[in-house]
Write a protein that binds this ligand. Structure first.
Ligand code: ACO
Length: 404
């Protein structure tokens, strides 16, 4: 057994940083966050400008390539992505293997991981062209797979992608369209809101799921397996699962008069309850994405005539009370992006269980861009954190008759 002092003597340095609160795991040029100032930049561009002036596929191009596309590059990229939106017919069999009430994230972990069984060419991580094709395949197929998970859960036929539609619109179509029924019509306010949700979730530097993708990829695992690992990590309620947990909490609160009871529980040190959709590891100020998402929530609920819904009333009242509460102010706990995204998705008709899957489909571009950056980094090594061992020191094995 080597203790920490010996290790330090051997290596010269040893840091113990649970939760990696002050340890950089990599060098990256993709996303910059200043949590105290509430700043988020992708390749230098403020998230507010991207959400306002860009669209999701343009942001994907930016994250993958480092620059915004020219008009020609944009058209080519859109055509490349739409070329890959279909999934292999065999993949349908995977869905049939799941129970109808399976959580969509469970389905996503399995089906996305299984893509590596279909695209052997894209598993060659040393070929830059194949890495690019793997990125396109993942970005293009995620909405199809997420929509299929939804359709399977409600017992409706799968809806094939329509490549004349935009990325967000196509996802709404595959989710809410029903073949041979009334033709599905896009609502431009909802399509734009969906696109904005995707932009706002596209990347967020070295969060738990992205770090998981990088760690999985550092061993040379193929991109589909790495993204499946990221999906698994995203699922937790402290990360991507927060939008679902937040919505369930709002439903449990039910009416504004019950808010003080939940606020009191969140403040009680003996109660493990946390106000879902509040707080962030990095932002100790208003999350800039939350500001955009808040505005989008108001636009969508206005469009749908749902501003008086009990859920929205509870959410708005909770936001007001928490923002004025001394406990939340002193701990710098602001509503995060998931607080508002859940409200929007619910108003649009998505079941709560699909929220995190939508987050996953948006984050896929960030994961794959970070994975690609890692592969190209000459300083990249297999991720291998050390530990602070606090178990027994060396001792001799005892035969079973001598153990007490
Ligand atoms: N409600 C009540 N108290 C909270 C909350 C909350 N939502 N979040 C943090 N606190 C308190 C903690 O109890 C702790 O109090 P203490 O100092 O008395 O011990 C203090 O604030 C600091 O909390 P930590 O857990 O140390 O902060 P950390 O940075 O590790 O956690 C996290 C960040 C996980 C996001 C946390 O705020 C949380 O659990 N929030 C609710 C879940 C959520 O909304 N997650 C979504 C994150 S955004 C995303 O993934 C896109």
């Amino acid at each position: 057994v080597i203790d920490i002092r010996t290790l330090y003597a051997q290596t010269g340095m040893f840091t113990f940083d649970p939760g990696f609160t002050s340890t950089a795991s990599c060098n990256s040029t993709i996303t910059y966050i200043d949590g105290d100032q509430g700043i988020l930049l992708h390749r230098g561009y403020p998230i507010q400008q991207l959400a306002e002036k860009s669209d999701f596929l343009e942001v994907c191009y930016l994250l993958l390539n480092g620059e915004l596309p020219t008009a020609g590059q944009k058209t080519k990229f859109e055509s490349d992505i739409t070329h890959h939106t279909m999934v292999n017919e065999q993949l349908k069999s995977f869905f049939n293997g799941f129970r109808r009430d399976s959580h969509p994230m469970a389905v996503l972990v399995g089906v996305v991981g299984a893509l590596s069984a279909f695209y052997h060419d894209s598993t060659d991580i040393n070929d830059p062209y194949q890495r690019m094709i793997a990125s396109y395949r993942l970005i293009a197929k995620m909405p199809t797979i997420a929509a299929m998970a939804y359709k399977y859960s409600v017992g409706q036929p799968f809806v094939y992608p329509r490549n004349d539609l935009g990325y967000a619109e196509n996802f709404l179509y595959m989710t809410f369209g029903v073949p041979q029924c009334e033709p599905w019509k896009a609502n431009p306010v909802l399509s734009r809101a969906m696109d904005r949700i995707l932009i706002l979730h596209a990347d967020h530097e070295q969060n738990a799921s992205t770090s998981t993708v990088r760690l999985a990829g550092s061993s040379g695992a193929n991109p589909f397996a790495c993204i499946a690992a990221g999906i698994a990590s995203l699922w937790g309620p402290a990360h991507g699962g927060a939008n679902e947990a937040c919505l369930r909490m709002l439903e449990e609160i039910g009416t504004p008069d019950r808010i003080p009871e939940f606020i009191a529980r969140a403040k009680d040190p003996k109660d493990s309850f946390r106000l879902m959709g509040f707080g962030h590891r990095v932002y100790k100020n208003f999350d800039p994405r939350a500001t955009v998402m808040r505005q989008t929530a108001h636009e969508v609920l206005e469009e749908l005539g749902a501003k008086d819904s009990p859920l929205f009333q509870v959410a708005m009242q909770l936001e007001k009370i928490a923002l004025e509460d001394e406990y939340f102010i002193s701990k710098k706990l602001y509503p995060n992006v998931d607080f508002y995204s859940g409200i929007i998705l619910s108003a649009m008709g998505f079941p709560t269980s699909l929220f995190t899957a939508i987050f996953a489909l948006a984050r896929t571009v960030g994961w794959i861009a970070q994975w690609g950056e890692m592969i190209e980094d000459p300083t990249q090594k297999i991720g291998r954190p050390r530990q602070l061992y606090s178990g027994d020191t060396s001792r001799d094995f005892q035969s079973i008759d001598k153990r007490s």
